[in-house]
Design a binder for this molecule. Sequence first.
Ligand SMILES: [Zn+2]
Length: 332
Amino acid sequence: MKNTQDVENIIEILAYRREHTSKGEQYFIDRFLSHTTPILSKTGEVIAYKYSNYKPGAKNNVLWTSHIDTMHHGKPDQISQEVYVDSFNIAFVNSTEDCLGSDDGSGVWIMLEMIKADVHGTYMFFRGEEKGCIGSRAFAEEYADELKTYTHAIAFDRKGKTDVITHQQSSRCCSDKFAKKMSTLLGGSFSPCDSGVYTDTAEFTHLVPECTNIAVGYIDQHTSKETQDLDFLVALKDQIIQHQWEDIELPVERKPEAKQDRYSIWEDDYGYSPYDNFILMSDSQRLTWVTKQSPLVISDLIKDLATELSYAYEDGALYSSSYAPFDLDTKE
Ligand SMILES: [Zn+2]
């Protein structure tokens, strides 16, 4: 079978438990990212690993991204897990494991293959995405000038097999024109999708015009039921590396915009107060939401809630209203 070597490489990646700051993450980095350059924050923390393959004279300055860490937890000394593949070439782990880690081992693998194939662009493997986009957030804060030089930031970190994400948490991250062009380049059933949640490239929307997230074929991420369609992933890689990306005019339509503080609970234009969302969330939805936020956002939220509560006590009542909850069924 022609895909045997690719499948073996993917399985080798998925066999590492890569929780942020775990031993497994470090072993994985030593094994797979030794040809990349660590990017440090001001405090000396490694926030990402970078590989530059910008081709002079290129028609775009694309930044490709994925994240190293997985939703594994506990068992800090257990570095590896057993990965199985069924007769349909679907990868999975048994129910005692936390997750398969195709979120985002699949994105990491695609980028490693693109580097091997000499595909144009800059590559960033971010740390701590699952812990609130730690790496990409720090990169946006401390390397803003570099980010402004990129025309496109493209993450490989979306469930399913069809989405080129145009909106993350309801905020537009790339133009329809670019998303359509990207869908055509990726082939298959790819098409623009406006219901993305949040991944590293959402941190760059105020600095980079076109930011998106591409489906890599995993489903049920963040659970022991997570699976990855290996044939899809290999086909996607083959499709991507056949293009001469430096010669492609990728549309640049969207203007980078300052991010709004989505989590302030003060009334919006319609008189709704988004904190009602928290009442409607299930325990696991709320937990997932919290793990995706930075300490700053959570600290702001607590302050907002405390302020609101103090007013409510003064008024003698807590007001309530109906408000649709965030859609948290899908998360990158
Ligand atoms: Zn992810």
